[in-house]
Design a binder for this molecule. Structure first.
Ligand SMILES: NC(=O)c1ccc[n+]([C@@H]2O[C@H](COP(=O)([O-])OP(=O)(O)OC[C@H]3O[C@@H](n4cnc5c(N)ncnc54)[C@H](O)[C@@H]3O)[C@@H](O)[C@H]2O)c1
Length: 305
């Protein structure tokens, strides 16, 4: 299959990522069909896509004409047969459950063309967990987006049974969307960025959970040396402490790692109090004016005198 043969994209799941990737594909001249389990969910998803398009025109990221053209390229359906009929490439963005993803790919496989490419946007699962259920494992790989509004990095990750041709075409497709594909040579939990981020966050949590240093000192150390605007605890407040706890706890149990379990317990004390980070205005820091964002956070004490 050639990139020029990819014209119609099936977005499975009209949630956060389905909305973002659907609009991205439409803005890059692809016809987009968004599939979800109910028409009500689809119309709410479509309303949010329109809002996102308005925001983009507001920030001069695209012209109102380009946004209108893109929106006219997007259709929605809760009928899987209609959704899959003309699809050349599928971007699956349904909840993080290997059985659900496997079942969905199995159903799409019954209704789509023989050469349709399947991609999954999973954050923490591996394509091999449901490759067999797709009925076309050689045509499946991960195409993992980060927040499309702030990042152009995408991961392209094959499983052991993915054909090279599939990796090549998905990589070209990602480039055609204006993204920067990071092509992995084999499956890896957390791809590249998330894998590094998990180690970084785990290390910061160990320092705090073992009372080596307070949270602010750990962030100050990282920010002061690396000249970043935020440190690991500020980052976790952005991700959400509930999500950070869930991921930490999942891997702690799976790997039976005592330090990771202590890190998860440390995070849980915040979650139990409802302090989930930026979204609740209270996490490790208090928002909208967190200590690490104040001008004197990195001012040497002598200069403050
Ligand atoms: N949210 C993020 O920041 C982010 C980033 C990268 C990757 N991901 C991954 O993308 C996937 C989706 O995440 P999300 O945040 O968009 O989730 P979400 O909960 O916002 O949306 C999921 C959508 O899938 C729909 N759905 C459920 N079952 C379905 C089915 N059988 N068929 C069709 N649609 C179905 C739901 O109704 C919902 O609209 C997950 O695998 C997640 O790990 C999320």
């Amino acid at each position: 299959m050639q990139l020029t043969q990819i014209k119609t994209i099936l977005i499975a799941g009209a949630g956060t990522m389905g909305q973002q990737t659907g609009l991205l594909c439409a803005l890059n001249d692809y016809d987009v069909v968004i599939y979800d389990i109910s028409d009500d969910i689809l119309s709410k998803g479509m309303a949010r896509i329109k809002k996102n398009a308005d925001r983009m025109t507001g920030f001069n990221l695209c012209t109102p004409e380009a946004a209108d053209t893109a929106l006219s390229r997007i259709s929605t359906t809760s009928d899987i047969k209609i959704a899959a009929k003309d699809a050349d490439l599928v971007i699956e963005s349904v909840p993080e459950d290997p059985e659900l993803k496997g079942r969905l790919f199995h159903d799409i496989n019954q209704c789509c063309k023989p050469d349709t490419i399947f991609t999954t946007n999973t954050s923490s699962l591996l394509p091999s967990m449901f490759a067999d259920q797709t009925g076309r494992p050689e045509k499946l790989c991960a195409l993992h987006f980060h927040d499309v509004a702030i990042s152009k990095i995408v991961d392209v990750m094959p499983h052991a049974g993915t054909a090279k041709e599939t990796v090549d075409i998905v990589t070209q497709f990602a480039e055609d969307l204006g993204q920067i594909p990071i092509v992995l040579t084999k499956e890896n939990n957390g791809y590249v960025f998330n894998n590094m981020l998990m180690s970084f966050i785990g290390s910061a949590l160990s320092l705090a959970a073992n009372q080596v240093a307070p949270i602010e000192e750990i962030d100050r150390s990282w920010m002061g040396v690396m000249h970043t605007l935020v440190g690991p605890f500020g980052i976790m407040d952005g991700i959400g402490l509930d999500t950070s706890w869930k991921v930490t706890d999942y891997w702690a149990e799976k790997r039976n790692d005592p330090q990771a379990k202590a890190n998860a317990a440390f995070l849980k004390t915040y979650v139990d109090k409802g302090n989930l980070g930026i979204k609740t205005k209270q996490g490790f820091y208090t928002y909208p004016d967190p200590a690490f964002g104040k001008p004197d956070f990195l001012t040497p004490p002598k200069s403050k005198q």
